[in-house]
Design a protein around this ligand. Structure first.
Ligand SMILES: Nc1ncnc2c1ncn2[C@@H]1O[C@H](COP(=O)(O)OP(=O)(O)O)[C@@H](O)[C@H]1O
Ligand SMILES: [Mg+2]
Length: 226
């Protein structure tokens, strides 16, 4: 099993008036190459779940194993290494450098991984071709539409050749045409063996995933599995 959460609980502001159980006894097992949607209302714990899976947040209780590795036993720098090599995260706000151009943004993960030389740009250009942005790679991010920014974020994630892509509401800023295109792209990537988790409000996006979970008040349950 690639991802295994058991009894995973995340409490914010413990012992205060603002205490929140963002994740409450979550059990979740994910095999390699699955494609999963996670739906749920605002504030239900969706982003927290992705942050835990990427190692950005630790658990208050319970366990998280990634490919058999217990994350609670790792040092921060080891978690960072796994995150930079094996887990790509597409953030809700894209996490792009607004005043840099597309190509520079897409090159970043490889630079962080310590790769040198012209292969960085070659890889970035290859992924920009897949998302249809080759023609405008020198444009700064602030001049792009929501859909274009989303595709930059995806191209950047693809340069990592990660085993897992965690996408937080990736179609939130897209119209239905762009949503369809993006889901086709995710399906193609998934067919190549990449595990994909998509947090979404959109029933069409969820329907395009073979498996769907729902989360309410931090409690996760399986909706369907094709
Ligand atoms: N860093 C934080 N500190 C305190 N509370 C947080 C933090 N992150 C999330 N929360 C709370 O945890 C709950 C779940 O948040 P989140 O996972 O962002 O929900 P969703 O992504 O489903 O909208 C919310 O009540 C939110 O306010
Ligand atoms: Mg969220």
């Amino acid at each position: 099993m690639l991802i295994n959460l058991s009894g995973a609980t995340k409490v914010f502001c413990r012992g205060t008036d603002h205490e929140v159980r963002a994740l409450d006894q979550v059990d979740l097992g994910i095999e390699p190459a699955e494609m999963i949607a996670i739906t749920g209302p605002s504030g239900s714990g969706k982003s927290t779940l992705l942050h835990v899976l990427s190692g950005l947040e630790g658990l208050t209780e319970g366990q998280y194993f990634f490919d058999g590795i217990d994350f609670s036993t790792l040092k921060d720098k080891d978690i960072c290494k796994i995150r930079s090599e094996r887990i790509a995260m597409i953030m809700q706000e894209f996490g792009l450098l607004t005043y840099e151009d597309i190509l520079t943004n897409v090159c970043l993960p490889q630079i962080i991984q310590g790769i040198y030389g012209k292969e960085i740009k070659e890889k970035a250009k290859e992924e920009l071709k897949k998302v249809g942005l080759s023609g405008i790679k020198k444009k700064p991010i602030f001049q792009l539409s929501g859909g274009q920014k989303q595709r930059v974020a995806i191209a950047r994630a693809l340069t990592m050749d990660a085993e897992v892509i965690l996408a937080d509401e990736p179609t939130g800023a897209l119209d239905s045409e762009n949503t369809k295109e993006l889901m086709n792209l995710f399906q193609k990537i998934n067919e190549q063996g990449v595990t994909i988790l998509i947090v979404t409000h959109d029933p069409l996006v969820a329907a395009a995933c073979p498996k769907e979970y729902h989360i309410i008040d931090g409690k996760l349950s399986l909706v369907r599995s094709k």
